[in-house]
Design a protein. Structure first.
Length: 283
C-alpha cells in the first residue's frame, strides 16, 4: 500500500477530539521520553529534528536538553498542528524551537545537518516507513543518532474481557489499517533502523497498567472518537451500534476492578556510521 507521504491523509484526522488526545498523550509519555533523551548523550548546543511532531511532541523536552545555544526543528505537515505548536512555544517562551511545515520526504532541510533525528508515533500512522527512516538517516550527521518511538498493540487488552472492547478494537484496527496505519509496527523498528544503515541499534520496551482516571485507560474510546465519522461512513458500525458499544465500554473501564494492559511502547535508536571516527582500541 505504497503512497507518497504528502498524499496520505493523517489516519486519525484533525478534529478537536484528536487535538485534545494528542495533548494528553504527550503528557503521559513525558517520563519515557525523558528516559530516552538521557540515553542519547545530547549536548548543549546540539541541533536536533523532531519528525512529525504534531502540536506538542517532545519539542519542549528537546529544547531543554540542547539549551538556549542549541536549535530544535519541529517538522510537521498538518497546518493546524503547526499553528498549535507555534502558539504553545510562544506561551512557553521557547526561543530555540522552529517549526517547519512540510512533508518529511521533501522538507528542504539539509542532509547530514542534525545531531539527533527523532520521531514518536509517526511510523504507526503511515505506509512509507522504510523511506521515512532512510530520509531520517540522511538528515543525520555522521555519528549522530536516529531515534524511533512507536507502539505495538500486541499487549493491548482488558480483563475481564468485554464484548464492546473486542468490537471497538476490531473496528479501530480495520479502519486504521485501511488508512495505511500499522498498529503492530513497534516490533519492526529495529529492522527499519538497520535497513537504513544505522549501527549499534538498541531498544527498550515498556508497558503500563493505566488506572481509572488516567488518559491511556480510555485510549481506545478516544481513538474511536477521532475516527467516528470514518467508521460510520465505512459501514463497519452504524451510529446506534457505535454509541451502544462506547457507553458499555465506558462503564466497564470505570470499574476499578477492570484491568487494562496498555500497548507496548518500543524505543529504538542507532548511530549513523562515521567514516572519520577512530576505531575503538581492543581490550
Amino acid at each position: 500500500m505504497e503512497r507518497r507521504l504528502e498524499a496520505t491523509e493523517y489516519v486519525l484526522g484533525g478534529s478537536e477530539e484528536e487535538l485534545i488526545r494528542l495533548r494528553a498523550q504527550a503528557a503521559e509519555h513525558e517520563a519515557t521520553a525523558r528516559w530516552l533523551l538521557g540515553q542519547l548523550g545530547l549536548r548543549k548546543g546540539s541541533r536536533v529534528l523532531d519528525v512529525g511532531c504534531g502540536p506538542v511532541g517532545i519539542l519542549p523536552l528537546l529544547a531543554e536538553a540542547v539549551g538556549p545555544s542549541g536549535q530544535v526543528i519541529g517538522l510537521e505537515r498538518e497546518p493546524r498542528f503547526v499553528q498549535m505548536a507555534r502558539a504553545e512555544f510562544s506561551r512557553l517562551g521557547l526561543t530555540n524551537v522552529t517549526m517547519v511545515e512540510a512533508d518529511a520526504l521533501a522538507s528542504g532541510l539539509e542532509d547530514g545537518s542534525f545531531d539527533l533525528v527523532h520521531e514518536r508515533l509517526v511510523m504507526v500512522n503511515l505506509p512509507e516507513r522504510t523511506k521515512l527512516v532512510a530520509k531520517m538517516a540522511a538528515l543525520a550527521a555522521p555519528g549522530a543518532v536516529v531515534a524511533l518511538q512507536d507502539i505495538d498493540n500486541v499487549s493491548w487488552a482488558c480483563e475481564p474481557e468485554h464484548e464492546s472492547w473486542a468490537a471497538l478494537l476490531h473496528v479501530f484496527h480495520d479502519t486504521f489499517r485501511a488508512g495505511g496505519g500499522d498498529p503492530f509496527v513497534g516490533r519492526r523498528l529495529p529492522a527499519l533502523l538497520r535497513e537504513a544503515g544505522l549501527v549499534d541499534v538498541r531498544c527498550r520496551v515498556t508497558v503500563d497498567l493505566p488506572r481509572p482516571g488516567e488518559y491511556r485507560r480510555a485510549h481506545l474510546l478516544s481513538l474511536i472518537a477521532s475516527i467516528r465519522e470514518k467508521v460510520i461512513a465505512s459501514g463497519a458500525m452504524d451510529e446506534a451500534e457505535l454509541e451502544r458499544h462506547q457507553a458499555a465500554l465506558t462503564g466497564h473501564l470505570a470499574d476499578p476492578n477492570t484491568l487494562v494492559i496498555d500497548k507496548l511502547l518500543m524505543q529504538c535508536w542507532g548511530h549513523k556510521p562515521n567514516p572519520r571516527a577512530r576505531p575503538r582500541p581492543r581490550k
